[in-house]
Design a protein around this ligand. Structure first.
Ligand code: FNR
Length: 369
């Protein structure tokens, strides 16, 4: 029997339920990572290499978790990151995430490849909540121009250009699930797309992405929109410096949840390296640095903030909560994170996000160069 929602006490519990109740194809698409899934696993374990250095006897009666990301206020430094194909998990798709995010004053990033239309996801918002837009750049720039302008007019407060996916990674769980379900049709079909579909959901939907995207295109996007531009999927320190030189507002240190290049570095380890370099150059205030990948506990978020992240993105846990329990599930997942976050701040002796400083963490266990 399916556990009651109240029996989910942490984000892993939602994953366990989702695994039981989701369709094989949907589970395959959401849960898969690239190749041997080494990066996907490491994303979470990397956080466990960081230890706290709690400060005692601080009056933590009042704790304020609110912060700003890209200039807008929000209740806590995490956001719902962009994940494609929400309707695989729930008939109302991404709007389920929108509603839960609205209740919790959490920012949502709308994916280019949402199952709901962009307008539906904007309409599901409560009018006050902040939404960002994640862009996969189309080979046909006219299409990209149209959707970016539309996102800006609809009030999106940030443009996240995904830069780690010139080609989609190879996710074998997704491919196998797809193949076993539709394999017989594929063999019969004359449809040229059938080959693509046998490669899994991910590859079937991504053939429009422009592998020619390069640094030369950044000024084009800066001219196209007034939305702050953030590069999502940066994986090297020198690329962060280049991003600063190009005048973008932010970067997300991310390996796409371990779905792209296997054995790519984790966001949290890269963060330590990036912030050290930015501080050394005295340019740490020139760019907002975000990370995503493997965030499952509020302590992970606290650690990222201590190391200098403005915020973190969370992907799969909200998809699992949505697939298992709908909006109430996502809302409970967010509340659990909020409760854990306040507790963690009290226990390390920090009252505000500004008080989350590097001295509160011991990073000697990280593989930092
Ligand atoms: C993603 N991610 C993603 N990123 C992006 O820029 N565009 C997209 O369409 C998608 N789609 C997508 C689908 C699914 C099912 C997953 C799990 C992920 C990557 C996502 O934004 C983020 O980088 C990771 O999900 C973060 O890792 P966790 O939180 O899932 O561990």
């Amino acid at each position: 029997r399916m556990p009651l929602l109240e029996q989910c006490y942490n984000l892993y519990d939602f994953e366990a339920v989702a695994r039981q109740v989701m369709k094989r194809t949907a589970w395959g698409y959401y849960s898969s990572g690239a190749d041997d899934e080494i990066t996907m696993r490491e994303n979470h374990t990397a956080f466990q290499k960081i230890w706290f250095r709690p400060r005692i006897l601080v009056d933590v009666t009042e704790v304020d978790t609110s912060t700003t990301m890209l200039g807008t206020k929000c209740s806590i430094p995490f956001y719902v990151t962009a994940t494609a194909l929400g309707k695989l998990g729930h008939p109302e798709g991404e709007t389920v995430l929108t509603k839960a995010a609205g209740k919790h004053d959490v920012i949502q990033m709308i994916p280019t490849l949402a199952s709901c239309s962009f307008d539906e996801i904007v309409a599901a918002a409560d009018g006050k909540q902040t939404q960002w837009f994640q862009l996969y750049v189309n080979k046909d720039r006219k299409i990209t121009e149209r959707i970016v302008k539309h996102a800006e007019q609809a009030g999106c407060k940030g443009l996240f250009i995904t830069v780690d996916a010139p080609q989609l990674g190879r996710r074998e769980k997704d491919m196998r699930a797809k193949f076993s379900d539709i394999g017989s049709d594929v063999q019969k079909s004359e449809d040229p797309d059938a080959i693509d579909r046998s490669q899994g959901a991910a590859r079937a939907i991504s053939s429009f992405i422009d592998p020619g995207l390069s640094w030369k295109d950044i000024p084009y996007f800066q001219n196209l929109t007034k939305m702050p531009i953030v590069l999502k999927g940066v994986q090297r320190v020198d690329d962060v410096i280049r991003a600063v030189d190009h005048g973008v507002t932010g970067v997300v240190l991310s390996n796409h949840g371990g779905r792209q290049l296997d054995t790519a570095p984790t966001g949290i380890e890269l963060l330590a390296e990036v912030m050290a370099e930015l501080r050394q150059r005295g340019i740490q205030d020139k760019i907002e640095v975000y990370i995503d990948g493997g965030v499952r506990r509020a302590s992970d978020i606290v650690k990222a903030c201590c190391l200098g992240a403005k915020g973190v993105g969370i992907g799969r846990p909200f998809l699992y909560a949505m697939s298992a329990y709908g909006e109430k599930g996502v809302s409970r997942a967010m509340q659990l994170l909020k409760d854990e976050f306040v507790m963690n701040m009290r226990l390390i002796g920090a009252r505000t996000i500004d008080e989350l400083t590097p001295d509160l963490v011991d990073t000697r266990g990280l593989n930092v160069h």
